[in-house]
Design a protein around this ligand. Structure first.
Ligand SMILES: [Ca+2]
Length: 534
């Protein structure tokens, strides 16, 4: 019986031998004196030529939309780069594990199937860190490849007063003297776009290296969009797709940052999704947990639409997609829970793991599917990494870069990141999460936290004790002091801003940081209500 496989085999053989037929027929055509036979030869020659063309085109026709089967884009040698940055999404806020041995490193409630798929096609990083535990500092750090401490931009909200120490005032505008990743890639021939939350002032994306952008917008923007476009998730996606379609036409490589407003405005999630999670969690649709879960799933849907378009436009094999969060979830950074519950300690506004450890995934050319990397990386490593992908030589990179390219890790998850310093430092000289001014230093398997109100030190073996439950300071005081020396040196060298003792401090009338946080969130809520009623 002639099966499809057999037919396919014949066709393959036929196709392989078509050039021979072509030559033989051509020879017969030229050398034959009989007109009828010449005509037959000519017709056969035409038939062979047509079938050669059609068979040759058929297997790759489906992929001809910009891609050849060997994975090389014909129109551009430089890979496209897409950075997907979510907001306030915790390390375990996705339905895929961020550590292969830690069951609770994924959410059992929230469904994010599209991001799951992205991870299954790329590499997951179990020890990736946001440059800061709060928004704007992380964003400016990603733009510049420098740490928030070096940029003197370590807090997003304004200072709190009445504490034991006075916190420094922040820079609140991205400096035009800094080279952004948008500027660097645009100079290298990239079309650049920044959609969504900018939060860095300085004239917005258009004045900082981006051809296309949504303007100088911050958190207030998210709340203007509800079902069917919660937090502008689908509007951003439509603009991104249109930007990519234009690159299909002008054949320019592109860099696109999607700074999703979500998980802000959780109450604006799609109504059907809110209902689904309200039922699942047995809580009301107004509940914050319900909202966060629902908007996480809506965000995932938007990511899925974007991924589909990357495939449809034929960009898949020549595009790096990076997914990460700008900081940990929730308010209240104090590491009080210390691993009692199945979650990281602390949260937004503190340098415990819950504030800075973030989900991180990369899919792209040469990166093995469903792979893992456990090397510690930080958001400001992206600047030199993107430059390496774009083929920008090291001597063209701006001075004072603190990140290192993570390219060496992407073959098999193993290797090193070479930064200007061995240690990785997170500096938060502010009041927000309940710990007061404090900093953290990572070196090898150690993490040191220094609290400036009383110069107290805490030391953790972070590889063994991810929940920061066992303070090893008493056990290894010499090591802790050595790391403290490195921390102090670094902060000195970069001229970091520090909190200073408050001479007017009155312990009787001290401000409770947690209480003032509540006050602030009440103020934001009433402002939001006013905005909505306008
Ligand atoms: Ca944030």
């Amino acid at each position: 019986m002639v099966t499809f496989e057999v037919l396919e085999g014949y066709l393959f053989e036929l196709r392989r031998n078509l050039p021979v037929f072509f030559v033989v027929l051509g020879f017969m055509l030229v050398n034959n004196k009989n007109h009828a036979k010449q005509m037959k030869c000519f017709l056969l020659l035409v038939l062979v030529a047509i079938s050669w063309h059609s068979i040759d085109a058929s297997p790759e026709a489906e992929f001809s939309d910009g891609i050849k089967l060997n994975g090389v884009e014909p129109h551009s040698e430089k890979p496209n780069i897409i950075l997907l940055l979510s907001d306030d999404q915790s390390w375990n806020g996705l339905s895929l594990a961020m550590h292969p041995q830690i069951g609770w490193s994924k959410s059992r409630v929230i469904e994010t199937p599209n991001i799951e798929k992205l991870a299954s096609e790329g590499m997951r990083f179990s020890a990736a860190y946001a440059p800061a535990s709060v928004c704007a500092p992380t964003r400016v750090s990603i733009q510049t490849g420098k740490s928030p401490a070096a940029l003197h931009w370590t807090k997003a909200s304004g200072p709190e007063y009445g504490h034991k120490m006075i916190e420094p005032l922040n820079v609140r505008n991205i400096s035009h003297e800094e080279t952004t990743i948008g500027e660097q890639l645009r100079d290298a021939g990239y079309a650049t776009a920044h959609f969504g939350k900018w939060h860095l002032n300085g004239g917005g994306p258009n004045q900082n290296g981006y051809d296309v952008g949504d303007g100088d917008i911050g958190n207030e923007y998210a709340h203007q969009y509800a079902d069917p476009n919660p937090a502008d998730l689908f509007g951003m996606t439509r603009r991104a797709i249109s930007f990519m379609e234009n690159r299909k036409v002008d054949k320019k490589p592109f860099f696109m940052q999607m700074s999703w407003h979500a998980l802000h405005a959780p109450q604006n999630a799609m109504k059907a999704t809110l209902t689904k999670y309200a039922e699942r969690l047995n809580r009301s649709v107004d509940d914050k947990r319900v909202g966060s879960a629902a908007i996480s799933e809506n965000l995932d849907t938007a990511v899925g639409l974007l991924m589909e378009s990357i495939d449809r436009l034929g960009f898949r094999n020549n595009t790096f997609v990076v997914y990460m969060s700008d900081n940990g979830a929730g308010g209240g950074g104090k590491g009080d829970n210390q691993g009692i519950r199945d979650r990281l300690a602390g949260g937004k506004g503190g340098v415990w793991e819950g504030g800075i450890r973030c989900p991180f995934i990369i899919r792209g050319p040469g990166i093995p599917a469903d792979s893992w990397c456990h090397t510690r990386i930080v958001g400001y490593d992206l600047f030199p990494t993107f430059c390496a992908w774009a083929g920008i030589p090291a001597e063209k990179l701006p001075k004072g870069l603190e990140g290192g390219s993570i390219q060496e890790l992407l073959d098999d998850g193993l290797g090193k990141v070479y930064r200007s310093r061995e240690e990785l430092i997170f500096h938060f000289p502010h009041y927000q999460g309940g710990d007061g001014p404090h900093s953290a230093l990572f070196l090898d398997h150690y993490k040191l936290i220094k609290f400036y109100e009383d110069n107290r030190l805490a030391l953790f073996d972070i590889d063994q004790d991810i929940v920061e439950r066992h303070n090893l300071f008493q056990q290894f005081p010499v090591k802790a002091r050595e790391l403290e020396g490195r921390l102090d040196n670094y902060l000195n060298e970069i001229d970091a801003q520090m909190a200073v003792p408050n001479p007017q401090y009155d312990p009787e009338n001290a401000v409770n940081s947690a209480k003032s946080r509540e006050g602030r969130s009440r103020a934001i809520k009433s402002k939001r209500n006013q905005a909505q009623s306008r």
